[in-house]
Design a protein around this ligand. Structure first.
Ligand SMILES: Cc1cc2nc3c(=O)[nH]c(=O)nc-3n(C[C@H](O)[C@H](O)[C@H](O)COP(=O)(O)OP(=O)(O)OC[C@H]3O[C@@H](n4cnc5c(N)ncnc54)[C@H](O)[C@@H]3O)c2cc1C
Length: 353
């Protein structure tokens, strides 16, 4: 009871929290068809009811073991949701999803989860993991490439060191002409990620890098990387950045995305349009009619499977970004921030019993 008293004020916040996100959710998904909308409204109402009930459940938690049970459910709920976006803990899990994805006509873009390594041991283990992964993709006949996070390769220990750890991966990818993509992380790493990309391009022409439409610097980076011959993956940007370096409103970011898209269609080679946004997809399809440039749509695992099928049906190339590994929490929290409806699903599963 005493413990519940500490937690109750926090828990009461769930009601407001649920109301805020459910409105936002319904407002944001205007393009979804009627049946899906009705279903979502019913689910959202149920979720809101469960979330409202959370303080009462905490009141009833009489001892530490009751609270431990609620905490355990929260972790299990989070892990359950993580499986929507993550293939599993092991390389075999990723290869399994990649095989299925290939069978449905999509290419696989595999990422081993992990970031911000500050010790050499995990960096070197990561480098070996990707070399083994590429060899396994070859022996399993998997179509697609890999996508690496620079800080997973020791960027925080120095860009030369990170480059030295990526080179074995690049050499393995080069054996069967696969693309090595660099994910883009938060702003303090942008210059070094671009520097690494340029060095990799000196050894292999199938190197790509992600550029984020929310960053004010992106037009300049796009020019520079197009000149260097990099493949570009255009995204809106998943990291919260300050107003001096990044656009803040959705409208501004969308406008920037559309402007970069035009540049890609007129100037780039074989780029990737990475979005789940119907409006960006529709504009891409319009531009594709006017410019016969090869490009891929790229989407994250577990976000818009029906849209992927629709695009494949229209003869478009689609890549699926597949993440695996036990370190799913930072990736998972970025996805939750983008799609708050999933927080409500989690709340429901751990307060609803
Ligand atoms: C292949 C790929 C690689 C990426 N790599 C990077 C990277 O290296 N660096 C980086 O900063 N960002 C990366 N991102 C993330 C990107 O920056 C965005 O944060 C993310 O894609 C959401 O933006 P959006 O274009 O889908 O549009 P949004 O405006 O965020 O979403 C549009 C619509 O998509 C749907 N949607 C979006 N997210 C979800 C979700 N999680 N669950 C369910 N539905 C959802 C909803 O219908 C939403 O209304 C990557 C994205 C993709 C697809």
């Amino acid at each position: 009871m005493i413990i519940a008293n500490y937690i109750r004020p926090w828990a009461k916040g769930w009601g407001t929290f649920a109301g805020f996100f459910s409105r936002d959710d319904l407002g944001e998904r205007r393009q979804i068809d009627m049946a899906e909308t009705v279903d979502r409204t019913r689910n959202t109402t149920e979720m809101r009811r469960s979330a409202m009930d959370f303080p009462r459940r905490l009141d009833r938690a009489r001892n530490l073991s009751d609270l431990a049970e609620i905490g355990k459910r929260a972790v299990e709920a989070a892990m359950g949701r993580s499986h929507q976006w993550v293939a599993g803990d092991t390389m075999e899990d990723a290869l399994h999803v990649a095989r299925e994805v290939n069978a449905r006509g999509l290419d696989a873009l595999i990422n081993h989860l992990g970031e911000h390594h500050r010790d050499k041991a995990p960096v070197e283990a990561t480098s070996q993991e990707y070399v083994r992964l590429l060899a396994a993709m070859r022996s399993n006949g998997i179509r697609g490439g890999v996508s690496l996070k620079p800080t997973q390769f020791g960027l925080l220990l120095g860009r030369e060191y990170a480059l030295s750890q990526i080179l074995p991966v690049l050499d393995e990818a080069k054996k069967d002409g696969r693309t090595v993509w660099l994910d883009m992380e938060s702003v303090p790493t942008t210059d070094d990620a671009i520097w690494i990309c340029e060095r990799l391009l000196e050894r292999h022409d199938q190197v790509g890098i992600c550029l984020q439409a929310n960053l004010k610097r992106t037009s300049g980076d796009l020019e520079r990387l197009l000149r260097a011959g990099a493949r570009i993956r255009l995204v809106k940007g998943a990291y919260k950045e300050s107003p001096d370096v990044a656009l803040q409103s959705r409208a501004e970011i969308d406008r920037a995305y559309l402007a970069h898209l035009e540049t890609l269609f007129t100037r780039a080679r074989d780029f990737a349009v990475a979005t789940h946004d119907d409006r960006m997809v529709a504009r891409t399809l319009e531009l594709a009619k006017a410019h016969p440039t090869p490009f891929d749509f790229a989407m994250l695992q577990g976000v818009r499977d029906p849209l992927e099928r629709e695009l494949i049906g229209k003869g478009q190339r689609v890549e699926k970004y597949i993440s695996y590994g036990p370190k799913w929490l930072p990736y998972f929290s970025r996805r939750l921030r983008e799609w708050p409806r999933d927080i409500l699903v989690m709340v429901r599963s751990f307060v609803g019993g």
